[in-house]
Design a protein. Structure first.
Lengths: 346, 255
């Protein structure tokens, strides 16, 4: 009898997990073939454009920064205009440790940058995330402005407006030097850091925790009503996002070998927001697409129209806002779906 | 002797000079099918908000299985077994129907704090969610986005999410609101299939739903309990007819 019941049980279960909707959920985290493309492209870039590796490094850092913002904004729906606070915290952590000769080993420095940014994210998050909407937007902006002003006034430690130049950074693994003229090491080092951070973010967003963040973004009140400790989740997410932004800032300081107030300013926060919206937020690869398009446009438009390159960018943004609310990737998805249904329909 | 699941003692809530809920003593037993009716503005939704912890009472206590939960926040009350549905749909509209239920189930079984493995590995969560959808005859809609479904079926997802929390007490705030009368039987059928042991409190304006579903009815007027009894007693109570049912009947006649 009990044997029969036991053998019958799996048969009853199987059809449910066999349902297309269940299969979609069970397979969603699987790697797709095209997910190798960005990394292949990055390697092709390395060999094809050896003269542009400095630009490439900048691009990779922008991707990581946008990815960190995507976790907060795209997945948890935390609207922020002050994400540069964490980028800057990471950059200054690396910069001050190196400048005063306290710690120059790059990989451990990056962990310290992440930790510094995470602490600031945690402390500010505990206060800020009690609010929402415009209040939150303003408070994130204030946090960043306060940090920027603190860095400006603490001249003795941060170099004030001039920043900290000529940072000594020890070779990666004790072997590979950062050469200011040939950015090969910087590029591969940054690529490695991005890959690790990306793998982490990807795991996170497909995890049950990531699913609950999506729930918070989709309907905050409902999440309260299913018993979710919403504020704690948001603070955790914000802290992780801050840590990743701190890594991006640390990489920026290391690969440029200097740090100044620009790492903490509104321009940087706004740019990363534009990159993410351009690429498509809440999409994991939006950061990649947005950063590539933004920086490539900036680079080439600035060459062609040195005085008015921002006009071209502005026009693109207006077009995105009007016709592709979910960014370039969102537009791609819509077109793909339309094209796909036409194929199915025939 | 049935056990009392949920109880309020002298529960009150003022908004400034306005008393929305006044000194309510109320009991809900295990397996109860209790309806709360009353004219608009009688304080029914405020009462539910006090029970779920969305609002804090200005006086009185809320007891769950004899335990004082008056000071507990909403999320903790859910963990203790109080679930609700909303008068206006509050769903994860951009996600699939199955995901909507999965989020609730994952939260209940404590999976939602895990960061290091994919949600797709929690087949227990997915399977239970599919099971709930199947019992509500929603399995065929599981992979659709919520926003793609007709409103009547969206209302069922509200119910599916609440069932996913395995509540001991279920508070239904107008489950049939906004559902065309041709579809309201879907909701009624679903309500009748709820696990017997759950204590259910339903706020509803549709008297057909109330009289078919409820075994007891409480009438609230201006924040206080006006009458309580079996559906039959309430229906024949002349005072209730005067303040409430009369209006409803008239409204139905005019419509």
């Amino acid at each position: 009898m009990s044997d029969a019941a036991r053998s019958a049980a799996p048969a009853a279960i199987a059809p449910r997990l066999d349902h297309p909707a269940a299969r979609v959920l069970m397979r969603r985290h699987h790697l797709r073939w095209w997910e190798a493309l960005p990394w292949l492209a990055a390697m092709v870039f390395y060999f094809a454009f050896p003269d542009y590796l400095g630009f490439g490094t900048e691009l990779l850092i922008a991707i990581l920064f946008a990815l960190s913002l995507d976790l907060a904004l795209g997945y948890a729906g935390i609207v922020t205009l002050g994400h540069a606070a964490f980028f800057g915290a990471g950059a200054y952590a690396v910069g001050m440790l190196a400048f005063y000769g306290i710690w120059t080993e790059p990989i451990t420095s990056l962990s310290l940058a992440a930790a510094t940014a995470a602490v600031i994210g945690l402390l500010s998050g505990l206060v800020l995330l009690r609010t929402g909407g415009l209040t939150l937007l303003m408070l994130t902006l204030c946090t960043m402005a306060l940090l920027e002003e603190a860095a400006n006034m603490a001249r003795a430690y941060t170099g004030g407006f001039d920043g900290l130049p000529s940072l000594p950074i020890a070779p990666v693994f004790g072997v590979f030097e950062f050469n200011p003229l040939y950015a090969n090491t910087q590029y591969l080092y940054t690529l490695g850091a991005l890959l690790i951070c990306f793998a982490f973010v990807r795991t996170l967003i497909y995890s049950p925790f990531g699913q609950s963040l999506t729930g918070i973004r989709e309907n905050l009140l409902r999440m309260h009503a299913v018993g979710s400790p919403v504020r704690r989740r948001l603070v955790v997410c914000y802290t992780i996002s801050a840590a990743l932004a701190g890594v991006a800032g640390g990489l920026w300081a290391q690969t440029n070998a200097y740090v100044n107030l620009s790492v903490l300013d509104l321009d940087r926060s706004a740019t990363v927001l534009i990159i993410l919206i351009l690429g498509g937020h809440g999409r994991l690869y939006g950061a990649f697409v947005g950063a590539v398009v933004y920086l490539a446009l900036e680079h080439f438009l600035a060459q062609i129209y040195p005085t008015a390159w921002q006009l071209g960018l502005g026009i693109l943004l207006v077009l995105i806002a009007l016709f592709a609310r979910n960014g370039i990737l969102g537009l791609g998805e819509t077109l793909w779906r339309r094209y796909g249904t036409r194929l199915d329909g025939s | 002797m049935t056990e009392t699941r949920l109880e309020t003692q002298g529960l009150s809530r003022h908004f400034g000079a306005l008393t929305a809920v006044r000194e309510i003593d109320f009991k809900l037993d295990a397996g109860a099918r209790h309806a709360l009716i009353g004219p608009n503005g009688a304080g029914k939704t405020t009462f539910v908000n006090l029970l779920t912890g969305v609002l804090r009472p200005t006086g009185g206590r809320v007891l769950l299985a004899g335990r004082d939960i008056t000071a507990k926040p909403q999320a903790e009350r859910v963990k203790l077994g109080i679930a609700r549905t909303f008068q206006i749909n509050r769903l994860f509209r951009g996600l699939s129907v199955l995901e909507n239920v999965c989020i609730a189930v994952a939260e209940r079984v404590g999976a939602a704090t895990s960061m290091i493995y994919p949600a797709g590995w929690r087949t227990d969560v997915i399977e239970e969610s599919m099971h709930i959808l199947a019992t509500l005859k929603l399995a065929d809609a599981a992979r659709f986005r919520v926003s793609e479904l007709p409103y009547g079926r969206q209302r069922l997802i509200e119910l599916a999410i609440a069932i996913g929390l395995k509540p001991g007490v279920l508070l239904l705030d107008e489950p049939a609101a906004g559902v065309p009368s041709a579809e309201s039987h879907i909701i009624l059928d679903a309500l009748e299939r709820l696990p017997e042991n759950i204590a259910v409190l339903i706020i509803e304006h549709d008297m057909d739903v109330v009289f078919r579903f409820a075994k007891r009815v409480t009438v609230m007027v201006r924040g206080a309990i006006f009458a309580e009894g079996t559906p039959r007693e309430i229906e024949t109570n002349p005072q209730v007819r005067a303040v409430y049912l009369g209006q409803a009947a008239e409204r139905r006649a005019n419509a």
